[in-house]
Ligand binder design. Structure first.
Ligand code: NAD
Length: 258
């Protein structure tokens, strides 16, 4: 049975009710996990307000500001988890960023700054958060990140984010190889296109979804809850033999050649 009772789960990346992280948080909580939630702080506190209002029914143990580009915030997040919970079982890495100008037009126009920022936020952050999480995963654990087909195939306009996802998927393998000795499993979910704040920045997201509806074996795209169900499975003992993998939750689109 899928049971996460007594497991402490840190969920990053909730921005609003369309966020994939929101679908994951709901399914982890339904399976019995205790939640801790981080948000990206902004000057006016809008993200925090929205995330608190949304997540309140799931009764998270805490809400913490955590911009992954800010070392102090990352340190403080894990220090507080240590104080509050003592141990961590689950880390959901569900965040990414690239400038809108990098997500349409010619890939060869990618700037050094845009490349560095996209890779730092979307890929390096998994290494950073995992290295802090492993210290608290004293009874083993599960780390899950979110990737997209654009990390292994060329998808129009995905551009630099494709490079970030490619690096992210390789991070998953290197982290899995190292952390397996501590019984910490590391996997990625490659989700089909879903309309969210982040995906709206990618040129032609509506066309991508429409294309799946025509071509994917299930003739539709997927929901945040379907991704959440897979995340809950990967975090549970049912997936105890799975690590270093990229699991496609994309209505089967990945298998299609034409
Ligand atoms: P979203 O906009 O709801 O979530 C992105 C999150 O990243 C937001 O909560 C945002 O606050 C956070 N974030 C951005 N910069 C950050 C920073 N510096 N520090 C901390 N957090 C930061 O969009 P989403 O589509 O739910 O994205 C979640 C993940 O799913 C991303 O990794 C995305 O690439 C991946 N993904 C999305 C799709 C899709 O079609 N929506 C498909 C496959 C994979």
């Amino acid at each position: 049975m899928l049971d996460l009772t007594g497991k402490n789960a840190l969920v990053t990346g909730i921005a609003n009710n369309r966020s994939i992280a929101w679908g994951i948080a709901q399914q982890l909580q339904q399976a019995g996990a205790n939640l801790g939630v981080t948000f990206l702080p902004d000057d006016k506190g809008r993200f925090e307000k929205k995330v608190r209002e949304l997540a309140e029914p799931l009764s998270p143990s805490f809400y913490l500001p955590c911009n992954v580009q800010d070392d102090e915030q990352v340190e403080a997040t894990f220090a507080q988890i240590g104080e509050k919970w003592g141990k961590l079982d689950i880390l959901i890495h569900c965040l990414a960023f690239a400038g809108k100008e990098e997500l349409s037009g010619d890939f060869s126009n990618t700037t050094r700054e845009g490349f560095t920022r996209a890779l730092e936020i979307s890929s390096y952050s998994l290494i950073d958060l995992s290295s802090k999480a492993k210290e608290l995963m004293t009874e083993g654990g599960s780390i899950v990140t979110l990737t997209y087909l654009g990390g292994v195939r060329v998808i129009p306009n995905y551009n630099v984010m494709g490079i970030a996802k490619s690096a992210l998927e390789m991070n998953v393998r290197y982290l899995a190889a190292e952390l397996g000795q501590k019984n910490i499993r590391v996997n990625a979910i490659s989700a089909g296109p879903i309309k969210t704040l982040a995906s709206s920045a990618v040129g032609g997201i509506k066309d991508m979804i429409h294309h799946l509806e025509e071509v994917a074996p299930l003739r539709r795209t997927v929901t945040q809850i379907e991704v959440g169900n897979t995340a809950a499975f990967l975090c549970s003992d049912l997936a105890s033999g799975i690590t270093g993998q990229v699991i496609y939750v994309d209505a089967g689109y990945e298998i299609m050649g034409m």
